[in-house]
Design a protein around this ligand. Structure first.
Ligand SMILES: [Zn+2]
Length: 639
Protein backbone atom coordinates (compact mmCIF):
# COMPACT_ATOMS: atom_id res chain seq x y z
CA UNK A 1 0.00 0.00 0.00
CA UNK A 2 1.14 3.53 -0.33
CA UNK A 3 0.41 6.37 1.96
CA UNK A 4 3.90 6.12 3.24
CA UNK A 5 5.33 9.53 3.31
CA UNK A 6 3.17 11.30 5.73
CA UNK A 7 4.41 13.70 3.11
CA UNK A 8 1.98 15.85 4.63
CA UNK A 9 4.09 16.22 7.72
CA UNK A 10 5.57 19.62 7.16
CA UNK A 11 9.25 19.53 6.48
CA UNK A 12 10.68 22.92 6.70
CA UNK A 13 14.28 21.97 7.02
CA UNK A 14 14.90 18.46 5.86
CA UNK A 15 18.32 18.45 7.40
CA UNK A 16 19.77 15.10 8.37
CA UNK A 17 19.05 14.08 11.91
CA UNK A 18 21.41 11.20 12.45
CA UNK A 19 20.52 9.17 15.40
CA UNK A 20 22.35 6.38 17.08
CA UNK A 21 21.19 4.27 19.92
CA UNK A 22 24.17 3.53 22.06
CA UNK A 23 23.12 0.19 23.40
CA UNK A 24 22.02 -1.33 20.13
CA UNK A 25 25.16 -0.05 18.51
CA UNK A 26 27.19 -1.81 21.18
CA UNK A 27 25.21 -4.99 20.61
CA UNK A 28 25.67 -4.74 16.87
CA UNK A 29 29.38 -4.21 17.24
CA UNK A 30 29.62 -7.19 19.56
CA UNK A 31 27.76 -9.44 17.14
CA UNK A 32 29.80 -8.30 14.21
CA UNK A 33 33.02 -9.01 16.01
CA UNK A 34 32.06 -12.64 16.34
CA UNK A 35 33.70 -14.37 13.39
CA UNK A 36 31.35 -16.00 10.91
CA UNK A 37 28.43 -15.16 13.13
CA UNK A 38 25.04 -16.14 11.75
CA UNK A 39 22.57 -13.53 12.91
CA UNK A 40 19.67 -15.83 13.14
CA UNK A 41 18.64 -19.29 12.29
CA UNK A 42 15.62 -19.85 10.03
CA UNK A 43 12.33 -18.66 11.49
CA UNK A 44 10.33 -21.09 13.51
CA UNK A 45 7.68 -22.74 11.38
CA UNK A 46 4.72 -21.43 13.30
CA UNK A 47 5.73 -18.18 14.84
CA UNK A 48 2.32 -17.01 15.99
CA UNK A 49 0.71 -13.94 14.47
CA UNK A 50 -0.31 -11.56 17.28
CA UNK A 51 -3.18 -10.24 15.15
CA UNK A 52 -4.96 -13.48 14.36
CA UNK A 53 -6.97 -16.01 16.39
CA UNK A 54 -6.69 -18.63 13.65
CA UNK A 55 -5.09 -22.09 14.07
CA UNK A 56 -3.23 -22.82 10.80
CA UNK A 57 -0.74 -25.03 12.64
CA UNK A 58 -3.64 -27.41 13.42
CA UNK A 59 -6.00 -27.00 10.49
CA UNK A 60 -4.82 -25.55 7.21
CA UNK A 61 -7.26 -24.20 4.64
CA UNK A 62 -5.85 -23.42 1.22
CA UNK A 63 -8.88 -22.54 -0.85
CA UNK A 64 -12.03 -20.48 -0.54
CA UNK A 65 -15.25 -20.20 -2.51
CA UNK A 66 -17.33 -17.11 -1.81
CA UNK A 67 -20.92 -16.47 -2.80
CA UNK A 68 -21.98 -12.92 -2.02
CA UNK A 69 -24.92 -10.66 -2.66
CA UNK A 70 -24.14 -6.95 -2.57
CA UNK A 71 -27.06 -4.94 -1.15
CA UNK A 72 -26.62 -1.16 -1.41
CA UNK A 73 -29.91 -0.46 0.39
CA UNK A 74 -28.93 -2.18 3.61
CA UNK A 75 -25.18 -1.67 3.04
CA UNK A 76 -24.49 -5.31 3.67
CA UNK A 77 -22.97 -8.35 1.99
CA UNK A 78 -24.58 -11.72 2.60
CA UNK A 79 -23.88 -15.24 1.42
CA UNK A 80 -21.55 -18.10 2.11
CA UNK A 81 -17.86 -18.73 2.55
CA UNK A 82 -16.73 -22.29 1.78
CA UNK A 83 -13.37 -23.31 3.19
CA UNK A 84 -11.66 -26.56 2.26
CA UNK A 85 -9.51 -27.95 5.09
CA UNK A 86 -6.38 -29.75 3.97
CA UNK A 87 -6.30 -33.32 5.36
CA UNK A 88 -5.62 -33.17 9.07
CA UNK A 89 -7.18 -34.40 12.23
CA UNK A 90 -7.57 -31.30 14.31
CA UNK A 91 -10.90 -31.09 16.10
CA UNK A 92 -11.58 -27.52 15.09
CA UNK A 93 -11.11 -24.77 12.57
CA UNK A 94 -10.62 -21.28 14.03
CA UNK A 95 -11.22 -18.24 11.85
CA UNK A 96 -11.10 -14.50 12.45
CA UNK A 97 -14.31 -12.48 12.30
CA UNK A 98 -15.22 -8.92 13.20
CA UNK A 99 -18.84 -7.86 13.45
CA UNK A 100 -20.11 -10.67 11.21
CA UNK A 101 -23.49 -12.32 11.75
CA UNK A 102 -22.82 -16.04 11.50
CA UNK A 103 -26.15 -17.71 10.67
CA UNK A 104 -25.09 -21.36 10.46
CA UNK A 105 -22.15 -23.60 9.62
CA UNK A 106 -22.20 -26.92 7.73
CA UNK A 107 -19.55 -29.53 7.07
CA UNK A 108 -20.19 -31.51 3.85
CA UNK A 109 -23.91 -30.70 4.17
CA UNK A 110 -24.27 -31.56 7.89
CA UNK A 111 -24.66 -28.93 10.58
CA UNK A 112 -21.50 -28.18 12.50
CA UNK A 113 -21.28 -26.75 15.98
CA UNK A 114 -19.62 -23.38 16.26
CA UNK A 115 -19.07 -20.67 18.79
CA UNK A 116 -17.97 -17.08 18.68
CA UNK A 117 -15.41 -16.00 21.26
CA UNK A 118 -15.38 -12.80 23.27
CA UNK A 119 -15.24 -9.61 21.24
CA UNK A 120 -11.98 -7.69 21.23
CA UNK A 121 -12.07 -4.11 19.97
CA UNK A 122 -8.94 -4.62 17.86
CA UNK A 123 -9.12 -8.25 16.80
CA UNK A 124 -12.83 -9.03 16.75
CA UNK A 125 -14.04 -12.52 17.58
CA UNK A 126 -12.66 -16.00 17.01
CA UNK A 127 -15.09 -18.27 15.17
CA UNK A 128 -14.38 -21.77 16.41
CA UNK A 129 -15.95 -24.52 14.33
CA UNK A 130 -15.99 -28.14 15.57
CA UNK A 131 -15.10 -30.45 12.68
CA UNK A 132 -16.30 -33.97 11.86
CA UNK A 133 -13.47 -36.21 10.66
CA UNK A 134 -12.87 -35.88 7.85
CA UNK A 135 -14.56 -32.68 6.65
CA UNK A 136 -13.92 -31.68 3.05
CA UNK A 137 -15.94 -28.48 2.88
CA UNK A 138 -16.93 -26.10 5.66
CA UNK A 139 -19.72 -23.76 4.58
CA UNK A 140 -20.40 -20.65 6.65
CA UNK A 141 -23.66 -18.78 6.06
CA UNK A 142 -23.09 -15.19 7.12
CA UNK A 143 -23.71 -11.53 6.52
CA UNK A 144 -21.85 -8.33 7.26
CA UNK A 145 -23.37 -5.57 9.33
CA UNK A 146 -23.76 -1.94 8.51
CA UNK A 147 -20.51 -0.22 9.38
CA UNK A 148 -18.24 -3.18 8.54
CA UNK A 149 -14.85 -1.52 8.58
CA UNK A 150 -13.37 -2.82 5.32
CA UNK A 151 -16.37 -1.71 3.31
CA UNK A 152 -16.89 1.81 2.06
CA UNK A 153 -20.38 2.38 0.67
CA UNK A 154 -20.74 5.55 -1.33
CA UNK A 155 -23.97 7.18 -2.34
CA UNK A 156 -24.21 8.21 -6.00
CA UNK A 157 -23.55 11.80 -4.99
CA UNK A 158 -20.16 10.81 -3.57
CA UNK A 159 -18.87 9.49 -6.91
CA UNK A 160 -17.42 11.40 -9.84
CA UNK A 161 -20.30 10.46 -12.15
CA UNK A 162 -22.93 11.17 -9.51
CA UNK A 163 -25.42 8.65 -10.92
CA UNK A 164 -24.67 5.29 -9.31
CA UNK A 165 -23.62 4.04 -5.87
CA UNK A 166 -20.19 2.59 -5.33
CA UNK A 167 -18.64 0.04 -3.00
CA UNK A 168 -15.00 -0.73 -2.41
CA UNK A 169 -13.08 -2.72 0.17
CA UNK A 170 -9.79 -2.10 1.94
CA UNK A 171 -8.72 -5.30 3.73
CA UNK A 172 -5.20 -4.39 4.81
CA UNK A 173 -4.15 -4.70 7.51
CA UNK A 174 -6.63 -6.76 9.53
CA UNK A 175 -9.99 -5.81 8.02
CA UNK A 176 -10.61 -8.81 5.72
CA UNK A 177 -12.28 -10.40 8.76
CA UNK A 178 -14.93 -7.66 8.71
CA UNK A 179 -16.30 -9.03 5.42
CA UNK A 180 -15.06 -12.63 5.18
CA UNK A 181 -14.64 -15.17 7.99
CA UNK A 182 -11.02 -16.15 7.33
CA UNK A 183 -7.55 -16.79 8.68
CA UNK A 184 -6.71 -13.14 8.60
CA UNK A 185 -2.96 -13.39 8.86
CA UNK A 186 -0.47 -12.34 6.16
CA UNK A 187 1.35 -15.65 6.75
CA UNK A 188 -1.64 -17.72 5.51
CA UNK A 189 -2.37 -17.95 1.79
CA UNK A 190 -5.26 -19.45 -0.17
CA UNK A 191 -6.64 -19.59 -3.70
CA UNK A 192 -10.19 -18.42 -4.25
CA UNK A 193 -13.20 -18.38 -6.52
CA UNK A 194 -16.26 -16.20 -6.07
CA UNK A 195 -19.77 -15.54 -7.36
CA UNK A 196 -20.95 -12.01 -6.71
CA UNK A 197 -24.42 -10.58 -7.32
CA UNK A 198 -24.71 -6.82 -7.76
CA UNK A 199 -27.45 -4.46 -8.95
CA UNK A 200 -27.85 -4.59 -12.75
CA UNK A 201 -25.83 -1.96 -14.60
CA UNK A 202 -22.88 -2.08 -12.22
CA UNK A 203 -19.56 -3.82 -12.75
CA UNK A 204 -17.96 -5.95 -10.01
CA UNK A 205 -14.19 -6.46 -9.76
CA UNK A 206 -11.97 -8.44 -7.42
CA UNK A 207 -8.28 -9.16 -6.87
CA UNK A 208 -8.69 -11.95 -9.43
CA UNK A 209 -9.31 -12.58 -13.13
CA UNK A 210 -11.73 -9.79 -13.93
CA UNK A 211 -14.49 -9.08 -16.40
CA UNK A 212 -14.12 -6.11 -18.74
CA UNK A 213 -17.81 -5.71 -19.58
CA UNK A 214 -20.83 -4.95 -17.42
CA UNK A 215 -23.30 -7.84 -17.32
CA UNK A 216 -26.97 -7.08 -17.63
CA UNK A 217 -27.93 -9.57 -14.90
CA UNK A 218 -25.36 -8.25 -12.42
CA UNK A 219 -23.83 -11.72 -11.85
CA UNK A 220 -20.09 -12.09 -11.89
CA UNK A 221 -17.76 -15.00 -11.29
CA UNK A 222 -14.13 -14.71 -10.28
CA UNK A 223 -11.14 -16.98 -10.09
CA UNK A 224 -7.78 -16.42 -8.41
CA UNK A 225 -5.41 -19.32 -9.03
CA UNK A 226 -2.41 -17.92 -7.20
CA UNK A 227 -2.59 -18.19 -3.42
CA UNK A 228 -2.92 -14.85 -1.63
CA UNK A 229 -3.18 -13.80 2.02
CA UNK A 230 -6.51 -12.44 3.30
CA UNK A 231 -5.37 -8.81 3.32
CA UNK A 232 -5.25 -8.99 -0.49
CA UNK A 233 -8.92 -9.92 -0.77
CA UNK A 234 -10.67 -7.07 -2.56
CA UNK A 235 -13.99 -6.19 -4.12
CA UNK A 236 -15.21 -3.08 -5.91
CA UNK A 237 -18.64 -2.44 -7.42
CA UNK A 238 -19.63 0.61 -9.39
CA UNK A 239 -20.42 2.17 -12.74
CA UNK A 240 -17.06 1.32 -14.23
CA UNK A 241 -15.52 0.96 -17.65
CA UNK A 242 -12.35 -0.68 -18.84
CA UNK A 243 -9.74 0.53 -21.31
CA UNK A 244 -6.64 -1.50 -22.25
CA UNK A 245 -3.26 0.24 -22.11
CA UNK A 246 -1.10 -2.60 -23.43
CA UNK A 247 -1.18 -6.34 -23.85
CA UNK A 248 -1.23 -7.09 -20.14
CA UNK A 249 -2.24 -3.74 -18.64
CA UNK A 250 -5.38 -1.62 -18.49
CA UNK A 251 -7.46 0.83 -16.45
CA UNK A 252 -10.90 0.64 -14.87
CA UNK A 253 -12.54 3.92 -13.86
CA UNK A 254 -15.82 5.73 -13.78
CA UNK A 255 -16.58 6.75 -17.38
CA UNK A 256 -16.14 10.47 -16.63
CA UNK A 257 -12.54 10.01 -15.59
CA UNK A 258 -11.45 7.20 -17.87
CA UNK A 259 -9.74 9.40 -20.49
CA UNK A 260 -7.73 11.27 -17.88
CA UNK A 261 -6.71 8.01 -16.22
CA UNK A 262 -5.60 6.50 -19.52
CA UNK A 263 -3.46 9.55 -20.22
CA UNK A 264 -1.89 9.47 -16.77
CA UNK A 265 -1.07 5.76 -16.76
CA UNK A 266 0.12 5.42 -20.31
CA UNK A 267 3.58 4.12 -19.28
CA UNK A 268 2.19 1.15 -17.34
CA UNK A 269 3.00 -1.56 -19.87
CA UNK A 270 6.56 -0.31 -20.09
CA UNK A 271 6.76 -0.17 -16.32
CA UNK A 272 5.79 -3.82 -16.16
CA UNK A 273 8.44 -4.81 -18.71
CA UNK A 274 11.06 -2.73 -16.89
CA UNK A 275 10.35 -4.39 -13.55
CA UNK A 276 10.50 -7.84 -15.13
CA UNK A 277 13.89 -7.03 -16.60
CA UNK A 278 15.13 -6.16 -13.12
CA UNK A 279 13.51 -8.77 -10.89
CA UNK A 280 12.19 -11.62 -13.05
CA UNK A 281 8.84 -12.54 -14.56
CA UNK A 282 5.53 -11.01 -13.50
CA UNK A 283 3.57 -14.08 -12.44
CA UNK A 284 0.08 -12.70 -11.91
CA UNK A 285 -1.19 -12.60 -15.50
CA UNK A 286 -2.72 -9.15 -15.98
CA UNK A 287 -1.83 -5.91 -14.23
CA UNK A 288 -4.73 -3.47 -14.22
CA UNK A 289 -5.48 -0.38 -12.13
CA UNK A 290 -8.86 0.62 -10.74
CA UNK A 291 -9.24 4.34 -10.07
CA UNK A 292 -11.36 4.76 -6.95
CA UNK A 293 -13.37 7.73 -5.71
CA UNK A 294 -11.43 10.37 -3.75
CA UNK A 295 -12.48 8.96 -0.38
CA UNK A 296 -10.12 5.98 -0.74
CA UNK A 297 -8.01 6.24 2.43
CA UNK A 298 -4.66 5.26 0.91
CA UNK A 299 -2.68 6.23 -2.15
CA UNK A 300 -2.95 2.78 -3.56
CA UNK A 301 -3.55 -0.81 -2.53
CA UNK A 302 -1.67 -3.57 -4.24
CA UNK A 303 -4.59 -5.95 -4.68
CA UNK A 304 -3.17 -8.64 -6.97
CA UNK A 305 -3.96 -8.20 -10.68
CA UNK A 306 -5.91 -5.06 -9.85
CA UNK A 307 -4.26 -2.21 -7.97
CA UNK A 308 -6.76 0.10 -6.28
CA UNK A 309 -5.58 3.70 -6.70
CA UNK A 310 -6.61 7.09 -5.44
CA UNK A 311 -7.71 9.58 -8.10
CA UNK A 312 -5.49 12.16 -6.39
CA UNK A 313 -2.57 10.91 -8.49
CA UNK A 314 -4.30 11.99 -11.68
CA UNK A 315 -2.72 15.39 -12.05
CA UNK A 316 -2.61 15.67 -15.84
CA UNK A 317 1.20 15.71 -15.96
CA UNK A 318 1.98 12.09 -15.03
CA UNK A 319 4.10 13.37 -12.19
CA UNK A 320 2.67 11.08 -9.51
CA UNK A 321 2.84 7.78 -11.36
CA UNK A 322 5.54 6.62 -8.95
CA UNK A 323 2.53 5.44 -6.98
CA UNK A 324 1.73 2.98 -9.76
CA UNK A 325 5.39 1.91 -9.81
CA UNK A 326 5.06 1.30 -6.07
CA UNK A 327 1.91 -0.80 -6.34
CA UNK A 328 3.33 -2.72 -9.30
CA UNK A 329 6.52 -3.37 -7.32
CA UNK A 330 4.36 -5.10 -4.69
CA UNK A 331 3.72 -7.81 -7.28
CA UNK A 332 7.21 -8.98 -6.24
CA UNK A 333 7.74 -7.58 -2.75
CA UNK A 334 4.65 -8.15 -0.65
CA UNK A 335 2.33 -10.13 -2.87
CA UNK A 336 4.92 -12.74 -3.94
CA UNK A 337 7.17 -12.69 -0.86
CA UNK A 338 4.94 -11.57 1.97
CA UNK A 339 5.64 -10.28 5.46
CA UNK A 340 4.77 -13.16 7.78
CA UNK A 341 3.22 -10.88 10.40
CA UNK A 342 2.61 -7.15 10.62
CA UNK A 343 5.70 -6.90 12.82
CA UNK A 344 7.65 -7.62 9.63
CA UNK A 345 5.80 -4.95 7.63
CA UNK A 346 9.05 -3.27 6.56
CA UNK A 347 9.80 -6.36 4.46
CA UNK A 348 6.74 -5.52 2.37
CA UNK A 349 7.15 -1.77 2.22
CA UNK A 350 10.88 -1.07 2.47
CA UNK A 351 11.53 -3.48 -0.41
CA UNK A 352 8.67 -2.01 -2.38
CA UNK A 353 9.92 1.56 -2.07
CA UNK A 354 13.35 0.32 -3.15
CA UNK A 355 11.92 -1.43 -6.23
CA UNK A 356 9.72 1.60 -6.96
CA UNK A 357 12.82 3.84 -7.02
CA UNK A 358 14.58 1.47 -9.39
CA UNK A 359 11.59 1.44 -11.74
CA UNK A 360 11.40 5.23 -11.69
CA UNK A 361 15.10 5.55 -12.34
CA UNK A 362 14.96 3.13 -15.27
CA UNK A 363 11.97 4.93 -16.81
CA UNK A 364 12.60 8.60 -16.04
CA UNK A 365 16.31 8.83 -15.25
CA UNK A 366 18.51 9.22 -12.16
CA UNK A 367 17.67 12.91 -11.67
CA UNK A 368 14.01 12.13 -11.33
CA UNK A 369 14.56 9.17 -9.01
CA UNK A 370 16.92 11.27 -6.89
CA UNK A 371 14.06 13.66 -6.12
CA UNK A 372 11.90 10.78 -4.89
CA UNK A 373 14.76 9.45 -2.85
CA UNK A 374 15.37 12.85 -1.27
CA UNK A 375 11.68 13.12 -0.36
CA UNK A 376 11.86 9.69 1.27
CA UNK A 377 14.90 10.83 3.25
CA UNK A 378 13.18 13.98 4.40
CA UNK A 379 10.08 12.02 5.39
CA UNK A 380 11.93 9.49 7.49
CA UNK A 381 14.15 12.13 9.11
CA UNK A 382 11.09 14.09 10.11
CA UNK A 383 9.28 10.99 11.36
CA UNK A 384 12.25 9.95 13.49
CA UNK A 385 12.43 13.44 14.93
CA UNK A 386 8.74 13.58 15.70
CA UNK A 387 8.44 10.05 17.17
CA UNK A 388 11.53 10.62 19.30
CA UNK A 389 10.25 13.97 20.53
CA UNK A 390 6.93 12.33 21.39
CA UNK A 391 8.60 9.64 23.51
CA UNK A 392 7.86 6.93 20.94
CA UNK A 393 11.38 6.15 19.92
CA UNK A 394 10.68 2.41 19.94
CA UNK A 395 8.44 2.94 16.94
CA UNK A 396 11.46 3.95 14.87
CA UNK A 397 12.66 0.32 14.70
CA UNK A 398 12.24 -1.62 11.46
CA UNK A 399 11.47 -4.85 13.30
CA UNK A 400 8.30 -3.75 15.04
CA UNK A 401 6.36 -5.04 18.03
CA UNK A 402 2.74 -4.36 17.33
CA UNK A 403 0.98 -6.83 19.63
CA UNK A 404 -2.09 -5.11 21.00
CA UNK A 405 -1.78 -2.28 18.48
CA UNK A 406 -3.52 -1.59 15.22
CA UNK A 407 -1.06 -2.52 12.45
CA UNK A 408 -2.47 0.33 10.35
CA UNK A 409 -0.65 2.66 12.72
CA UNK A 410 2.63 1.27 11.38
CA UNK A 411 1.90 2.62 7.90
CA UNK A 412 4.45 5.40 7.82
CA UNK A 413 7.95 6.44 6.89
CA UNK A 414 9.73 4.00 9.21
CA UNK A 415 8.63 0.80 7.45
CA UNK A 416 8.72 2.48 4.03
CA UNK A 417 11.57 4.95 3.95
CA UNK A 418 13.89 3.71 6.66
CA UNK A 419 13.45 0.25 5.10
CA UNK A 420 14.27 1.70 1.69
CA UNK A 421 17.40 3.47 2.91
CA UNK A 422 18.65 0.30 4.55
CA UNK A 423 18.38 -1.56 1.26
CA UNK A 424 19.89 1.38 -0.61
CA UNK A 425 22.86 1.26 1.75
CA UNK A 426 23.35 -2.44 1.01
CA UNK A 427 23.22 -1.68 -2.71
CA UNK A 428 25.78 1.08 -2.36
CA UNK A 429 28.04 -1.09 -0.22
CA UNK A 430 28.11 -4.24 -2.36
CA UNK A 431 27.29 -2.82 -5.80
CA UNK A 432 24.22 -3.19 -7.96
CA UNK A 433 25.29 -6.29 -9.83
CA UNK A 434 25.49 -8.48 -6.75
CA UNK A 435 22.53 -6.83 -5.04
CA UNK A 436 20.26 -7.19 -8.06
CA UNK A 437 21.20 -10.83 -8.51
CA UNK A 438 20.45 -11.44 -4.84
CA UNK A 439 17.05 -9.72 -5.01
CA UNK A 440 16.01 -11.53 -8.14
CA UNK A 441 16.81 -14.89 -6.62
CA UNK A 442 15.22 -13.86 -3.28
CA UNK A 443 11.91 -13.18 -5.04
CA UNK A 444 12.10 -16.37 -7.09
CA UNK A 445 13.15 -18.73 -4.31
CA UNK A 446 10.61 -17.39 -1.85
CA UNK A 447 7.70 -16.87 -4.21
CA UNK A 448 4.29 -17.41 -2.59
CA UNK A 449 5.92 -17.72 0.81
CA UNK A 450 5.89 -15.54 3.86
CA UNK A 451 9.00 -14.11 5.41
CA UNK A 452 9.95 -13.05 8.91
CA UNK A 453 12.57 -10.38 9.45
CA UNK A 454 14.92 -13.07 10.77
CA UNK A 455 14.41 -15.17 7.64
CA UNK A 456 15.48 -12.28 5.47
CA UNK A 457 18.47 -11.54 7.71
CA UNK A 458 19.72 -15.11 7.49
CA UNK A 459 19.57 -14.90 3.69
CA UNK A 460 21.35 -11.57 3.76
CA UNK A 461 24.01 -13.06 5.99
CA UNK A 462 24.89 -15.53 3.25
CA UNK A 463 25.33 -12.66 0.80
CA UNK A 464 27.54 -10.29 2.79
CA UNK A 465 31.19 -10.64 3.72
CA UNK A 466 32.26 -9.90 7.29
CA UNK A 467 33.76 -6.63 6.10
CA UNK A 468 30.52 -5.61 4.40
CA UNK A 469 28.52 -6.50 7.49
CA UNK A 470 30.78 -4.25 9.48
CA UNK A 471 30.25 -1.37 7.12
CA UNK A 472 26.48 -1.73 6.91
CA UNK A 473 25.57 -2.25 10.62
CA UNK A 474 22.72 -4.56 9.82
CA UNK A 475 21.63 -5.11 13.42
CA UNK A 476 21.63 -1.41 14.15
CA UNK A 477 19.45 -0.75 11.11
CA UNK A 478 16.92 -3.47 11.84
CA UNK A 479 16.70 -3.51 15.61
CA UNK A 480 18.04 -0.11 16.56
CA UNK A 481 16.08 3.10 16.83
CA UNK A 482 16.42 6.22 14.71
CA UNK A 483 18.32 6.61 11.48
CA UNK A 484 21.90 5.30 11.66
CA UNK A 485 24.60 7.79 10.73
CA UNK A 486 25.77 5.70 7.79
CA UNK A 487 22.43 6.32 6.04
CA UNK A 488 23.09 7.37 2.42
CA UNK A 489 22.46 11.13 2.24
CA UNK A 490 20.04 12.61 -0.29
CA UNK A 491 21.55 14.11 -3.42
CA UNK A 492 19.16 15.79 -5.82
CA UNK A 493 20.44 18.37 -8.28
CA UNK A 494 16.88 19.38 -9.14
CA UNK A 495 16.10 20.11 -5.52
CA UNK A 496 19.37 22.01 -5.21
CA UNK A 497 18.12 24.20 -8.05
CA UNK A 498 14.85 24.73 -6.17
CA UNK A 499 16.85 25.77 -3.10
CA UNK A 500 18.67 28.40 -5.07
CA UNK A 501 15.39 29.69 -6.52
CA UNK A 502 13.99 29.96 -3.02
CA UNK A 503 17.03 31.89 -1.82
CA UNK A 504 16.82 34.33 -4.72
CA UNK A 505 13.13 34.89 -4.05
CA UNK A 506 13.77 35.45 -0.37
CA UNK A 507 16.32 38.05 -1.42
CA UNK A 508 13.67 39.93 -3.35
CA UNK A 509 14.16 38.50 -6.83
CA UNK A 510 10.65 37.47 -7.89
CA UNK A 511 11.85 36.82 -11.41
CA UNK A 512 13.76 33.82 -10.13
CA UNK A 513 10.47 31.97 -9.56
CA UNK A 514 9.19 29.65 -12.30
CA UNK A 515 6.97 31.38 -14.83
CA UNK A 516 4.04 29.04 -14.22
CA UNK A 517 2.98 26.00 -12.23
CA UNK A 518 3.86 23.60 -15.05
CA UNK A 519 7.50 24.71 -15.09
CA UNK A 520 8.23 22.40 -12.18
CA UNK A 521 7.14 18.83 -11.45
CA UNK A 522 4.84 18.17 -8.52
CA UNK A 523 7.87 16.98 -6.53
CA UNK A 524 9.72 20.26 -7.05
CA UNK A 525 6.66 22.20 -5.90
CA UNK A 526 6.17 20.03 -2.87
CA UNK A 527 9.82 20.45 -2.00
CA UNK A 528 9.67 24.22 -2.47
CA UNK A 529 6.51 24.61 -0.39
CA UNK A 530 7.84 22.43 2.40
CA UNK A 531 10.88 24.68 2.68
CA UNK A 532 8.73 27.75 3.32
CA UNK A 533 8.41 28.93 6.88
CA UNK A 534 7.33 31.99 8.86
CA UNK A 535 9.79 34.33 7.17
CA UNK A 536 8.03 33.67 3.83
CA UNK A 537 4.48 34.37 5.01
CA UNK A 538 4.55 37.79 3.43
CA UNK A 539 4.81 36.04 0.06
CA UNK A 540 1.59 34.03 0.37
CA UNK A 541 -0.41 36.49 -1.71
CA UNK A 542 2.23 36.71 -4.41
CA UNK A 543 2.60 32.94 -4.71
CA UNK A 544 -1.14 32.39 -4.84
CA UNK A 545 -1.69 35.16 -7.40
CA UNK A 546 1.00 33.73 -9.66
CA UNK A 547 0.16 30.04 -9.40
CA UNK A 548 -3.41 29.87 -8.08
CA UNK A 549 -2.42 27.20 -5.56
CA UNK A 550 -5.49 27.64 -3.36
CA UNK A 551 -8.07 25.32 -4.89
CA UNK A 552 -5.48 23.53 -7.03
CA UNK A 553 -6.70 20.21 -8.43
CA UNK A 554 -3.26 18.80 -7.54
CA UNK A 555 -3.96 17.32 -4.11
CA UNK A 556 -0.31 16.74 -3.31
CA UNK A 557 0.61 20.39 -3.83
CA UNK A 558 -2.62 21.48 -2.12
CA UNK A 559 -1.80 19.46 0.98
CA UNK A 560 1.55 21.16 1.59
CA UNK A 561 0.22 24.61 0.68
CA UNK A 562 -2.75 24.46 3.03
CA UNK A 563 -0.54 23.35 5.90
CA UNK A 564 1.94 26.13 5.37
CA UNK A 565 -0.71 28.82 5.11
CA UNK A 566 -2.48 27.53 8.24
CA UNK A 567 0.72 27.40 10.22
CA UNK A 568 2.55 30.46 8.97
CA UNK A 569 0.23 32.84 7.16
CA UNK A 570 -2.81 33.14 9.45
CA UNK A 571 -4.26 36.31 7.89
CA UNK A 572 -4.28 34.59 4.53
CA UNK A 573 -5.73 31.44 6.08
CA UNK A 574 -8.77 33.39 7.22
CA UNK A 575 -9.67 34.75 3.81
CA UNK A 576 -12.90 33.44 2.40
CA UNK A 577 -11.42 31.96 -0.80
CA UNK A 578 -8.92 30.05 1.28
CA UNK A 579 -11.39 28.71 3.84
CA UNK A 580 -13.82 27.63 1.11
CA UNK A 581 -11.10 25.84 -0.83
CA UNK A 582 -9.80 24.17 2.30
CA UNK A 583 -13.24 22.87 3.26
CA UNK A 584 -13.88 21.61 -0.26
CA UNK A 585 -10.52 19.81 -0.21
CA UNK A 586 -11.11 18.18 3.16
CA UNK A 587 -14.63 17.01 2.39
CA UNK A 588 -13.78 15.67 -1.06
CA UNK A 589 -10.54 13.82 -0.33
CA UNK A 590 -10.34 10.99 2.16
CA UNK A 591 -6.71 10.04 1.63
CA UNK A 592 -5.25 9.81 5.11
CA UNK A 593 -1.83 11.08 4.09
CA UNK A 594 -3.39 14.36 2.94
CA UNK A 595 -6.06 15.01 5.52
CA UNK A 596 -4.23 14.07 8.73
CA UNK A 597 -1.47 16.69 8.53
CA UNK A 598 -3.99 19.43 7.81
CA UNK A 599 -6.15 18.50 10.79
CA UNK A 600 -2.93 18.39 12.80
CA UNK A 601 -1.90 21.85 11.58
CA UNK A 602 -5.31 23.25 12.61
CA UNK A 603 -5.14 21.58 15.99
CA UNK A 604 -1.60 22.72 16.68
CA UNK A 605 -2.37 26.32 15.81
CA UNK A 606 -5.20 26.54 18.31
CA UNK A 607 -7.97 25.91 15.79
CA UNK A 608 -9.29 22.60 17.07
CA UNK A 609 -12.87 23.89 16.84
CA UNK A 610 -12.43 24.75 13.19
CA UNK A 611 -10.92 21.32 12.57
CA UNK A 612 -13.90 19.68 14.26
CA UNK A 613 -16.42 21.67 12.30
CA UNK A 614 -14.76 20.71 8.98
CA UNK A 615 -14.52 17.12 10.17
CA UNK A 616 -18.19 16.98 11.03
CA UNK A 617 -19.05 17.64 7.39
CA UNK A 618 -16.28 15.49 5.97
CA UNK A 619 -16.47 12.42 8.17
CA UNK A 620 -19.34 10.64 6.35
CA UNK A 621 -17.17 10.66 3.22
CA UNK A 622 -14.15 9.01 4.84
CA UNK A 623 -13.29 5.32 4.92
CA UNK A 624 -13.05 3.94 8.46
CA UNK A 625 -9.26 3.62 8.13
CA UNK A 626 -9.09 7.40 7.76
CA UNK A 627 -11.83 8.31 10.22
CA UNK A 628 -10.29 6.11 12.92
CA UNK A 629 -7.09 8.13 12.69
CA UNK A 630 -8.85 11.50 12.64
CA UNK A 631 -11.20 10.48 15.48
CA UNK A 632 -8.17 9.82 17.65
CA UNK A 633 -6.39 13.02 16.64
CA UNK A 634 -9.34 15.32 17.26
CA UNK A 635 -10.90 13.43 20.14
CA UNK A 636 -14.07 12.81 18.15
CA UNK A 637 -16.68 10.97 20.16
CA UNK A 638 -18.14 8.05 18.22
CA UNK A 639 -21.84 7.53 18.99
ZN1 LIG B 1 3.16 -0.30 -0.38
Amino acid sequence: MIGPQQAGEVLHTPSPVPFLHAFSFYLAALLLLMPGCQWFSEPAMHKPDPHSYSNPHETRVDSLHLTLKVDFDTQTLSGTADWFPVAGHAPSLILDTYGLDIHSVEGDGRALQFRLGAHDALLGQALEISLHQPTERVRIHYSTRKGARALQWLAASQTEGGQHPYLFTQSQSILARTWIPCMDSPGQRFRYTAEVDVPPGLLALMSAENPTETRADGRYTFRMDQPVPAYLMALAVGKLEFRPLGERTGVYAEPVMLDRAVYEFTDMEQMLATTESLYGPYVWGRYDVLVLPPSFPFGGMENPRLTFATPTIITGDRSLVSLIAHELAHSWSGNLVTNATWDDFWLNEGFTVYVEMRIMEALYGPDYAAMLSAIAYADVSEEVKSLTAGGQERKTRLAAHTRGEDPDDGVGPIAYDKGYHFLLLIEKTIGRVRWDAFLKSYFQKNAFKSMHTEGFLSRLDSLLSAEEERRIWVQEWVYGTGLPVNCPPPLSSRFAAVDSTLNSWRNGDSEALPTNLDAWSTHEWVYFLRRLDGQDSIGATELDRRYRITGTPNAEIGCVWYQWVIRFAPPYANQRTFTDALEAYMTRIGRRKFIMPIYKALKETGQADRALSIYEQARPNYHSVASHSVDALLGWKVD
